[in-house]
Structure formats: C-alpha cells, structure tokens
Design a binder for this molecule. Structure first.
Ligand SMILES: Nc1nc2c(ncn2[C@@H]2O[C@H](COP(=O)(O)O[C@H]3[C@@H](O)[C@H](n4cnc5c(=O)[nH]c(N)nc54)O[C@@H]3COP(=O)(O)O)[C@@H](O)[C@H]2O)c(=O)[nH]1
Length: 956
C-alpha cells in the first residue's frame, strides 16, 4: 500500500516515449511542470493569505481613521461628512460597501461604484469571502456610542485581483516553462546528437569502413563522451581482435584452399553454370588447359560417356560421378557442386569440387573383372575336369579368353612340325578352327614368345583377314614342352596389362593341365596295353593278341603258337651294371626280337627280362622252331652298352595251339614252363612244351617254397674246401661252400638253389647266416685248439648291392668275437665292375675292418686294370675253366700265366681253382702260382673233417 503511488508511477514508465529525447523531454516537462505548479501553488497561497491579511489590516486602519472622522461628525451631526467619509473609504479600497449604523438603527450606506472586471472563478471568490470578515467599529465619543461603522469587503474585486495575479504569474510561468522546454529540448537534442553519430559509425562499419570511429562534439556531455569513447575503444579492441581472428581465419582459409587445391580438383562456375576458373589440379588431372575449359558449361565438362551431365544450375548441392575424357585419357571424378548464395535464394556462383576416383574405379573394375575372370576360370576348370576330349575344351578356353579380356576374338594354336594349327577359335576366329599357319615350327619358337601385345609374324595373314590390330598371347606349357599358344586379339589398338596376361596364363594353365591330363589318360590307356620301356605290347595286350590268334586258328581249324623268352643272367646285368644299362639292354633285346618276328606276329614284353611272341597261323612247328632259333641267335649277339660289350643269352619255351592248350592263359603258362625247361637244359636254347616240363616247373616252385623255410628250419650247412699254399705245401685257408640239407633230397648242391635264392632275394638273409656260421665255426675250431686258417666266403651280386654290407659284416663279426683277419670275401670280377666306384668304397670299408678280399672266377668277365689297382684286393682266383685243360691247352696256359703275372705285378696272391690233378699242379707251380684249390687237394668237406685235413696237409 505504501508503495502504491510509486508503483503507479512505475507503471507509467512503459508509457513514456521510446526515444531518449522524448523521454528526457517528457520527464523534464513533467518535472518542470510539477516544480512550477508546486511553486506557483505555494506562491499563490502565500500571496492569497498575505493579500487577505493586508486587506484586513488595511481595512482596520482605514476604518479606524475614518471612524474618528465620523465620530467627530456624528457628534456634531454632520452626517454629510459621515457619508463623505464613508465614500472616501470606498475609494480604491477593497470594500464594496461602507455603512454607519447609528444606535437608532439609522444607516448611512455608501456602495462602491460597480466596475466591470474579469471574473474570478467562483471557488476563489468563495474562498476569499470565507477568509475575510466585515470590519465593524463603534463610534464612541466621550464614552458614548453613536453607532457602528461597518465596512463590507468586495470579495469579487479581491478575487478578481487575486485571479489577475494568478493569471499573470501563470502566464509568466507558462512562458518560462515553454522557454525552458525549448531550451532543454535544444540542448538535449544537441547532446544526444552525439549518440546519433553512433548510427553513422554503425553505417560506416556496416559499409566496411572498419577503421571508422564514432565522432564526438566538443560540448558533448561527459557521460556521452565517455560512452562514445568506450564504444570507440571497444570498436578498436574488437577491430584488433577481429583483425587477428580474420588474419587467422584468412590464414586458415588460405591453408584450406591450398590443401584443397592439392587434394581436390576445383573449379568455379558463374550463376549460369559457365566455368570461370579452375585450379592447377584440374589442369594437371584432366590435361585440359584453362583456356580449354574456362567459359565452357560445367555440365559439358565431365559427363558419363555419350551422355550429358545430369546437373543444371540450381540452388541445391549436387553430388555424382562423372567421367572426364581429358587429354590424359578417361578419368573418373566424384563431383560435388555447391551453390554459393549472394542472398537467400539467389545463387551467385558455383564451387565444383572433384575428387579423382579413377584408381578406385579402376580397382573396383579390376575386382569385378577379376571376379568375372575367376568365374570364367572356375567354369573352365569345371569343364576341363568333366571334359572327355580336348576339342570342346579348346573352344571353351578360346571363348573364355576372349570374354575374360573383353576382346573381339581369341584362338588356341597347337604347334607342330608344320607350324601352328588353329585348334579352336572364338569370335572372329571361330571359323578359323583347323587352319594351318606357317611357322613357327617346334616348341622353342613358341616358348620364346612372351605376352606382349605384338602380333606374331605367322599370325599376320589371319590378323589382316579379320581386321585384328593387336593381341596378347601366352604359351600353353605342358610340363617340359610347349603345347601351343593361346592368343586374344582386339580389332582396335589396345594395351593389355599384367592382369590380362595373368588371366590368360590362368586359362592357358587350365588348358595345359587338361592337355596333360588327357595325355596322361592316353598314356595310361597306352600303359595299360604297352610296355613303356620297349613300346612293345604288354602282358594284357599279349593276352588279347593270343586270344585273337587262338580264335583265328580255331576258326581256320589251324594252329598258333606262343613263345616265352627269358634273358639268361639278365639279373646279373641289372644288379652289376645298374638298371640303366639293364633297361638299355631290354630295349635292344626288344628290337632284336621284333626283327625276328614275322609281319603278323606280335612281340610283347611280359615284364622284367621276359618277352613273348605270338605266332598266329602256324602251319607247322618248324616255323616256330625257326623263329625260336632266330631269337636265340639274335640275343646271343653281344650288346654294346655304355662302351661295354655284354653277352646275354635267351631261354625260349614254345607252346602250340591246340596241342598245349586251348586258351591264352594255358598256352602262355605252358610256354613259360617250356622256357624253364630250356633254362634247365643249359640256357641259350629253345624248347617246345612237353607235359613233363610242367612237373619241373612245379618242382622249381616247390623248391622256392621250401627254400623260404630252410633257414628257419636249420637246413643249411657249410662245407669247407681247403686252399693249398704251393710254396709251403700247407693248407693256407678254406672256402666255405653252402649246402642245403633237404629233408627228402639230402644234400642239395648250391648250383640248384643259389640262383633261386638270388631270384627271390633270400640270398641276403642266407648270406648273413653264412658269415655268422663261418664265424661260429672259427670260434669252435679255436675252442678245439685247432690252428685255424682264414676262411673265404662267397658274396653274391645282390649282397654287394645290399645297403651297408660292411656294417652288417662288422656287426656279425663283432658279435661273434672273431679275428677279422680270419675272414676273406670272394667276389666275381663282373660283380665288382658292375659299379666299380661303389665297389671301391664297399671294399675299402671291409678291408678297413681287417678282412681279406679276393676276386673269384677271374678271367671269365672283364676287369679294368685301373680299378683292379684301386680295389684293396689280396688275391685273384683263376677260374677253373682256364685250369681244366692245363697243361695241354696253350691258350689256357698263356691266360693262366698272364693272370699270374698280372696278379703279382699288382702284389696280389694267385689262387688257381679246379685243380684236379698233379699235372695241373706242377704246371701252375711252374707258372709261379701261389695257391691251388680243387679236388686234387680236397673236395669241400664238413667242418669236422677240416682238422684232419690240416693235420695231413703235406703234399706229395
Ligand atoms: N653266394 C654264394 N655262393 C656260393 C656259396 N657257396 C657256394 N656258392 C657258389 O655256388 C657255386 C657252386 O658251388 P659248389 O657246388 O660248392 O662248387 C664249388 C666246388 O665244389 C667246385 N670245385 C672245387 N674244386 C673243383 C674241382 O677240382 N673240380 C670241379 N669240377 N669243381 C670244383 O667249385 C665251386 C667253388 O667255386 P668258386 O666259388 O668259384 O671257388 C660256386 O660258384 C660257388 O661260388 C655261398 O655260400 N654263397
């Protein structure tokens, strides 16, 4: 409540004018008005009261003075004087009536003349009337009252006077008020005009005159001066700050622009879309010069091939991929066109930012292309796996190659002796399949080609015919050889890249694999029927040929024959000279066999050293016998292999249809049996099958089976044949000779089973048993106190090839605890010379163990003197075939003497084998032979007999 007036005033404030001048003016006016009103009011009140008081006082004085005159007059009754006096009292007085009322009630009344005057407000008149009271004075003379003098105020006159004063002062006050307002308004406006200059400062700033300062009048009020200075200071400070910010922004902008210029391809276009400028990257990336593009429509520079850029000047940002066919070729750009607005809705220009995405597009294209190519390769691979022949696959490969490289055509060429043959074509070359092109001839020419895009000279005619401009090709390499070429060709100039070449290689590899597989399949088919070494039909094909021959003979009621041919001692060749030489021998033998056959005969290799010859339409056995003889003859001729002369013979068995069998299997089995008959008959001969042979063959099989059990059953034993030292006449040693104590057959000589042991490989465990048994016997003899002599052990070719023979010997001897010097090993010269380097090494190891070594059957094979020197030998054993006819045969004598000399010259002892009589002994003694061995000294005897032999060694 207390503040309600104040609140009311506050409420007025929003109603004040909005301008400062208006407000100041209003407030000042109101204040002045209030002040003047208050002042005037107080003034009026004072004047009013003072005027009333003065009027009252004046009236009292006047009545006093006049009353005296009246008293004097009344006393004398001079009422005229009284009246005049009363009239005088009204002259220029504030009274309107003067009266003298005598004690009798008579009244002398005088009224002031009525004057027309301005009327005062009634309230003023009433108020004055309320304040003034009539003046009454008793006229008393000498103590006697004569009457009362009464003056009656003229309140209207007094009100008019006061009102006149009010009006005058109010008029003056109004003039002062107005003048004050005018003055005040002028001054305020002048002072505030300084603030008005802030607007022009604002305009200056808005107009970009950032250095402008707000102007100031000299007489501007201090506050305004301060305010404007503050504004100028703020502006300067802001200018500084903004300047720095702007510098920094400009810097940043410049850096961004520079970065953008380096990273992005930028061009500007006007509002109509015409290019107004491009950055350096635009030029370098597109290859266009600025004059090329400035002025061009943005929509025309960079567009999808053959299409217009789908952009028109617009107030929207546009994004999209474009293709620039610039001077650097086609480039892919990702384009963003940003409109720049001069005013809302008004595009001033366009900024076009391009990012070169050519590499990404290339990468994407490559990925898609590679995926498509992988699909093509996978599809071709599947077809290749499922393909039965090559022609369809070649066509598919050419098609895949052309499609994969997106080329006009492709062709697959096979290189041959006559040049290049189009095996398959795709596209324009589809019709060229089967065409023969001259050159290149042979693999080397094809392989020399790379994958460059140049067209081969031999391809030129085809290229000209089909309008081919360029191409890429790759060799189809199957293992070691080049099958041909796969080429892809384009009608227009084109660069084929590494990816293209890789894809083409992939296709070519599938083709090569398919060719290899097909060839392998062919080979398998071939191998199923032919022997790869000799190219002869194999056992299976022979069976068919034989069946055909039997069927033909049956139809013709004729005869047919099959010949089973086995090379004698081929195993030795193989074992001693190695499989390479063995193979060469087989190839030569096959050729010789083929040469022996008639036109319709079929020569086949059954395996190993076994061959067969089918003789269809056999008129009589004589023909078969003749062919058999030719075969024997042909194979008995020396073979020249690896600079050596080799001799093998053949054992041939012949079985005839229908006598020896009515089916192929039986016939072949019986021919095989006949062949064994020939072998048993001394080899190097042919034999027709006879029923008894079957029993022999069965016997051999049985022997083989029994031999496999003989070792376990302890059926082997050793006999010992002594060697006699001719110089001392004492036994210098023994040779251990294997015997088989067969449960039914008794002692079986080695010639009947050694070959089977070798054929079956049983010689290895049996050979080790022999060494162990000799050791055991030596220990037994030593245990008996016998003066033991060295014992020679025969080694077979298979044993010499045994891995770590020396190690096995060392282990056995060490286990037995025998002095190695008591052991000697005999090896034939053909065994040693089969692989002399290996032999040198093995012999050296055995020799290093402390054992003796000798060459058995010397003279029956051949020896290289150089190797003889290198072998760590102790003795040579002259084969008994040279001893047998001594001393009568001069050749044998010469050979024997030569061998003895040779041995001695190599510091070797000489042992003559097969000495059966004293003449031979004497002769050999004369030749200087060191030792002899033979029945003349002793047959091979059981171990128990050796002691007796030692006891009686003295020879006659
Ligand atoms: N790998 C092995 N081969 C062995 C082993 N034991 C023997 N053999 C080889 O068997 C072949 C035949 O031996 P064998 O029937 O015992 O005949 C030997 C002698 O009995 C025989 N000989 C000895 N003196 C005479 C004689 O005066 N006249 C004559 N007609 N024959 C005689 O010679 C055979 C020993 O000859 P060689 O070995 O060349 O010294 C034979 O080739 C043995 O090598 C064995 O354990 N392993």
């Amino acid at each position: 409540m207390t503040f309600s007036p104040l609140l009311r005033v506050m409420r007025i404030i929003p109603a004040l004018p909005r301008s400062l001048v208006g407000r100041v003016f209003t407030v000042f006016s109101l204040t002045l008005l209030l002040s003047m009103g208050t002042g005037l009011g107080l003034f009026y009140r004072y004047q009013f009261l003072q005027h009333i008081e003065e009027t009252q006082d004046t009236a009292l004085t006047l009545v006093e003075v006049a009353t005296q005159t009246i008293e004097d007059s009344v006393v004398i009754g001079d009422y005229d004087t009284v009246k005049r006096t009363l009239g005088k009292m009204l002259f220029q007085s504030p009274f309107k009536r003067a009266e003298f009322i005598d004690v009798g009630g008579g009244t002398i009344r005088v009224d002031a003349p009525r004057v027309t005057r301005a009327l005062a407000p009634r309230w003023l008149t009433a108020r004055i009337a309320a304040k003034l009271y009539d003046v009454n004075r008793i006229a008393n003379v000498g103590g006697k009252d004569y009457g009362v003098v009464r003056l009656q105020f003229d309140e209207e006159k007094l009100a008019a006077q006061v009102w006149s004063l009010v009006l005058e002062t109010a008029g003056v006050a109004f003039v002062v008020f107005v003048a004050s307002l005018v003055l005040m308004r002028t001054l305020v406006r002048r002072w505030l005009d300084n603030l008005g200059r802030l607007r022009s400062f604002e305009h200056d700033v808005a107009a970009g005159r950032v250095t402008a300062e707000a102007a100031l009048l000299a007489d501007a009020p201090t506050e305004i001066q301060e305010a404007i200075r503050a504004v100028n200071r703020s502006a300067a400070s802001l200018r500084d700050q903004f300047g720095q910010r702007i510098d920094s922004l400009m810097n940043s902008l410049m850096q961004h622009k520079s970065a953008m210029d380096q990273a992005a391809i930028v061009c500007e276009a006007d509002a109509a879309g015409a290019i107004t400028g491009v950055n350096d990257l635009f030029v370098t990336s597109s290859g266009f010069t600025r004059p090329d593009v400035v002025g061009q429509r943005l929509a025309d520079v960079g567009r999808p091939a053959g299409a217009r850029l789908p952009w028109q000047p617009s107030d929207r940002v546009w994004n999209g991929e474009v293709v620039i066919a610039g001077r650097h070729g086609r480039r892919h750009w990702y384009r963003t066109i940003v409109p720049m607005f001069a005013a809302p809705g008004t595009v001033e220009r366009y900024i076009c930012i391009d990012i070169d995405i050519t590499e990404r597009k290339e990468f994407e294209r490559t990925i898609v292309e590679n995926a498509q190519r992988q699909t093509l390769i996978a599809e071709l691979g599947r077809k290749a796996l499922a393909a039965n022949g090559l022609d369809d696959l070649f066509a598919d490969a050419a098609d895949a190659a052309a499609r994969g490289l997106g080329a006009a055509c492709a062709a697959l060429f096979e290189t041959g002796p006559d040049g290049m043959r189009v095996r398959a074509g795709a596209g324009r070359l589809a019709q060229s399949t089967g065409l023969q092109l001259a050159g290149p001839h042979g693999d080397a020419h094809v392989a020399a080609h790379g994958t460059d895009a140049a067209l081969r000279p031999w391809f030129a005619p085809l290229a000209a015919l089909h309008g081919i401009d360029t191409g890429i090709d790759t060799a189809i390499v199957c293992g070691e050889r080049t099958f041909g070429l796969l080429g892809v060709y384009a009608a227009r100039p084109r660069r084929f890249g590494a990816d293209d070449a890789n894809f083409l290689h992939g296709v070519a590899n599938i083709v090569a694999t398919a060719v290899e597989r097909q060839e392998a399949r062919n080979r398998l088919t071939y191998l199923a029927q032919y022997d790869p070494l000799t190219s002869l039909p194999n056992r299976r094909r022979l069976a068919h040929s034989l069946e055909d021959a039997i069927a033909a003979a049956a139809r013709a009621q004729g005869r047919a024959a099959v010949m089973f041919i086995d090379l004698d001692r081929f195993k030795n060749v193989n074992d001693m000279l190695g499989h390479g030489i063995g193979d060469q021998l087989l190839v030569q033998a096959a050729k010789r066999l083929s040469a022996c056959a008639r036109a319709d005969d079929v020569v086949a290799r059954l395996g190993g050293d076994e061959f067969a010859l089918v003789l269809p339409a056999l008129d009589d056995d004589g023909i078969a016998a003749g062919i058999g003889a030719r075969v024997i003859e042909a194979l008995a001729q020396p073979f020249y292999l690896a600079g050596q002369q080799l001799f093998v013979s053949a054992s041939v068995g012949i079985a005839t249809y229908p006598e020896n069998g009515r089916d192929a299997e039986t016939l072949l089995k019986n021919a095989d049996t006949a062949m064994y008959g020939a072998k048993n008959g001394g080899r190097n001969n042919y034999q027709f099958y006879v029923a008894e042979m079957h029993e022999n063959a069965t016997q051999r099989l049985q022997t083989e089976t029994q031999l496999r059990q003989a070792l376990e059953r302890g059926e082997f034993l050793l006999h010992y044949q002594p060697k006699l030292d001719l110089a001392t006449g004492t036994i210098s040693g023994f040779e251990a000779l294997l015997r088989w104590n067969h449960p039914q057959r008794g002692l079986v000589p080695p010639l009947e089973f050694i070959a089977i042991l070798e054929d079956t490989g049983l010689i290895l465990p049996v050979g080790e048993w022999v060494i162990g048994e000799v050791c055991r016997q030596l220990k037994a003899w030593q245990a008996q106190g016998m003066a033991v002599r060295p014992v020679a052990i025969n080694l077979s070719a298979r044993q010499l090839q045994q891995a770590d023979l020396a190690g096995a010997v060392e282990r056995i001897v060490a286990r037995a605890g025998v002095d190695p010097a008591l052991l000697e090993f005999e090896l034939t010269e053909s065994m040693l010379m089969a692989n002399p380097e290996a032999a040198v090494e093995i012999l050296a190891r055995i020799k290093a163990l402390g054992m003796r070594l000798s060459v058995d059957d010397f003279g029956t094979g051949y020896s290289s003197l150089a190797y003889l020197k290198r072998f760590p030998l102790d003795a040579l054993k002259i084969d008994r075939t040279f001893v047998r006819d001594l001393p009568d045969d001069p050749d044998d004598a010469a050979i024997t003497k030569a061998v003895i000399r040779l041995a001695h010259s190599l510091s070797l002892k000489v042992v003559a084998e097969g000495v059966e009589n004293v003449d031979q002994l004497r002769e050999l003694e004369q030749y200087g032979c060191d030792q002899i061995q033979g029945y003349y000294v002793s047959r091979p005897v059981p171990a128990q007999a050796c002691e007796a032999l030692l006891a009686g060694t003295a020879m006659a």
